[in-house]
Design a protein around this ligand. Structure first.
Ligand code: ADP
Length: 301
């Protein structure tokens, strides 16, 4: 097959591993920077160009679109869909997954366990918002944050009020969430591929830190999932419409709570912690999916 990896960083671990795994399985791979693509939206012959050259046909596209270029990156991905190319994650699902609040609303409708979460616009609603999520301590999150940046633990009601007011003053979109203390600064990353969790790791925050992101000094280790955790992670990815997803959950006193579903989960942490060839599994999954895929025409929405 001819496979394109849509990524801005050919040198990034995840991109390199996908190229390596695809090449090892006999495929031809090209890394394409979505920002270098320009497109012809045309009734008969849609096409994608880079520096004066029209891209050759591809059988499959693996989107690895950074959060900061979601809009343009997803337009390029949609263009591949219009050209009837199989995309590992679709443009609609990737766009949807980038909005944390929208993702949580979709999951709650499907009965998936989530931390109690509130969202408001007016400063005068702050006291009620804090009560709604059970009072302090609570977690305040910027809707567009990644890698733990923009996630704040407010220990007291006063602190919560000031931080929420400050974010609102900056016109930042935030959500307010109950603090799951019993998670003890740890979360679980489930790497979902189709109907399976192919790898899972526990991330533990650095001492004195509640955010377990590896970018914030967290450490990763192998973890055994409960059947409930496994099934809720798969359901979360399905609800979002993602074939590949990094589903983050917290272990609470009343079962697993989904925190986030990531549509471009990194491979370095999970392959390092589990020793599994996740990149190889992704390519094998694409091979199967392309074979049994019905021919569609046009974008998926
Ligand atoms: P990001 O998308 O920026 O990584 P997250 O929502 O995943 O933001 O939060 C970062 C980290 O903070 C999580 O991995 C988790 O360890 C911790 N955390 C987030 N929300 C909560 C919460 N409600 N209760 C306890 N810990 C939390």
């Amino acid at each position: 097959m001819r496979i394109a990896v849509l990524s801005q960083g050919p040198e990034l671990y995840s991109t390199r591993r996908l190229v390596e795994a695809a090449t090892a399985r006999g495929h031809e791979v090209r890394v394409i920077n979505p920002l270098e693509c320009y497109m012809n939206i045309n009734m008969r012959a849609s096409s994608i160009h880079i520096a004066g050259e029209e891209l050759p046909p591809f059988d499959a596209v693996i989107p690895r679109i950074g959060a900061s270029i979601t809009f343009y990156g997803c337009s390029v991905l949609r263009q591949f869909e219009m050209m009837d190319v199989y995309t590992l994650n679709g443009s609609v699902a990737v766009t949807r997954s980038r909005d944390k609040l929208r993702s949580m609303q979709l999951m709650s409708r499907r009965g998936i366990g989530l931390p109690i979460t509130g969202f408001a616009n007016k400063p005068s609603d702050i006291p009620d918002l804090i009560d709604m999520v059970g009072g302090a301590p609570l977690v305040i999150k910027l809707l567009e944050g990644t890698q733990g940046i923009g996630v704040v633990l407010a220990e007291t009601r006063k602190a919560a009020e000031s931080v929420i007011e400050a974010f609102m003053g900056l016109k930042a979109n935030i959500m307010v969430q109950e603090y799951i203390r019993e998670a003890n600064g740890a979360d679980i990353r489930c790497f979902v591929l189709g109907n399976k969790v192919v790898a899972a790791m526990k991330r533990q925050a650095a001492p004195g830190e509640f955010r377990s992101n590896l970018h914030r000094g967290g450490t990763a280790s192998l973890v055994k999932l409960t059947p409930e955790e496994r099934s809720v992670a798969i359901r979360a990815a399905k609800t979002m419409g993602l074939s590949v997803a990094g589903v983050d959950l917290l272990r609470s006193n009343h079962g697993p709570l989904i925190m986030e579903v990531n549509s471009s989960p990194g491979l370095e942490g999970i392959e390092g912690a589990t020793g599994k060839d996740v990149a190889g599994s992704i390519i094998a999954y694409i091979e199967k999916s392309v074979l049994k895929r019905p021919k569609l025409s046009g974008p998926q929405g």
